[in-house]
Design a protein around this ligand. Structure first.
Ligand code: AMP
Ligand code: MG
Length: 349
């Protein structure tokens, strides 16, 4: 039996292709787009029918709101009620991996915000996505371009593998530079900013610009711990099919000692390098090579580890290991964002 030959087409970012994809978006079609964080599945954010297609293609529950992407800072006032704190952050971190949650204006359909009175807005930096936003002339709603709950895509090939039979257009912009979803800050009340999701823009950076504390929202704390999730909420988010087990660098040595060949091991950085406090020379060494041993980064750079995290989890997931053991990142900042995704990947539904 043969499957239908419908397969998404990959487009390079030529001016002609961008014009075609912008026209597809204006007609209400879906286009997978490269961003600096992860690949997104975009639709015209002002068109409820087009946005409904995003939920259908991903199998995403209607209760999970979408992030709206804009081309210029001036577009913010059209879709959200801004405030001085939001403008401060926007001026400092846009274009870039920061999403602001603000009271929404009525042009944004209820489906986009999952019927909440707020909308999440981001101004991305990826040059191809920015050009597409400009040519299409509308804000674009875009969650990650993967089936709901699976590891986010950081290459066009990941999108093709996951959604290739459910969508028609994929704009190929190469591997994502950051590799983790955006930092999300709740600024509905500008005097009480809250961190909803850690990302490449760290809490310390936000606090420096705002001049006040930015506590982690209670809901975000719960969901990243996994154990306290409300039923059906964010379980198996960013999850490979293979069970994921997390360890600190100190603990992992004990487990590795009686390790099983059929299990996979993923480390943040090679032992020869230093990442924060993770690689003090006094720590026992870990074999750096083996059929089942993998390293996220060779240079001890957490940014390199973040960039490769999702593609390594995907690669390990198809190796047929019984379990994937992963080292938690040491330190704060980007390490918080990496560990947040790892904890969700390890949470079992
Ligand atoms: P993603 O799946 O990466 O597009 O992430 C979208 C996430 O942004 C959602 O799961 C929410 O956590 C958050 N988000 C989007 N819109 C809102 C909103 N209006 N209020 C609060 N959080 C939001
Ligand atoms: Mg997602």
């Amino acid at each position: 039996m043969t499957l239908p030959a419908v397969r998404a087409r990959l487009y390079r970012g030529t001016p002609r292709n961008l014009a075609r994809l912008a026209a597809a978006l204006q007609r209400g079609e879906l286009v997978a787009v490269p961003t600096e964080t992860v690949y997104g599945l975009a639709a015209n954010a002002l068109d409820a029918r087009a946005c409904r297609r995003i939920f259908r293609a991903k199998g995403r529950p209607a209760s999970d709101p979408l992030i709206v992407h804009i081309h210029a800072p001036g577009d913010l006032a059209r879709i959200a009620e801004s405030n001085p704190a939001a403008l401060k952050l926007a001026r400092k971190f846009w274009p870039g991996p920061l999403t602001l949650v603000l009271p929404k204006k009525s042009v944004i359909p209820a489906i986009v915000s999952a019927r909440r009175p707020s909308v999440a807005v981001r101004l991305p930096s990826h040059p191809l996505f920015r050009r597409l936003l400009k040519i299409s002339g509308v804000p674009l709603a875009a969650p990650s371009a993967n089936a709901f709950g699976y590891v986010s895509p950081t290459t066009a090939a990941h999108v093709q593998a996951g959604l290739g039979r459910r969508i028609r257009h994929i704009l190929d912009g190469g591997p994502c530079a950051i590799g983790l979803e955006s930092t999300i800050v709740d600024l509905r009340d500008p005097r009480k900013p809250r961190l909803l999701r850690p990302g490449a823009i760290t809490r310390a950076q936000l606090e420096r610009v705002l001049g006040c504390r930015v506590p982690v929202a209670a809901a975000a704390r719960q969901s990243s711990r996994g154990a306290q999730l409300a039923p059906g909420l964010l379980k198996r988010h960013y999850s490979p099919r293979t069970p994921v087990v997390l360890h600190s660098r100190i603990k992992i040595q004990e487990v590795l000692a009686d390790r099983q060949q059929r299990e996979g091991w993923l480390f943040i950085a090679r032992p020869a390098t230093r990442v924060g406090r993770a690689d003090r020379p006094s720590l026992p060494s870990i074999p750096s090579k083996g059929r089942n041993i993998f390293w996220l980064d060779d240079r001890g750079d957490l940014r390199g580890a973040a960039r490769k995290l999702f593609s390594q989890l995907r690669a390990l997931d198809i190796r047929g290991f019984r379990k994937i053991h992963v080292e938690l990142a040491a330190g704060t900042g980007l390490a918080d964002a990496i560990n947040d995704r790892l904890r969700r990947a390890a949470a079992r539904g």
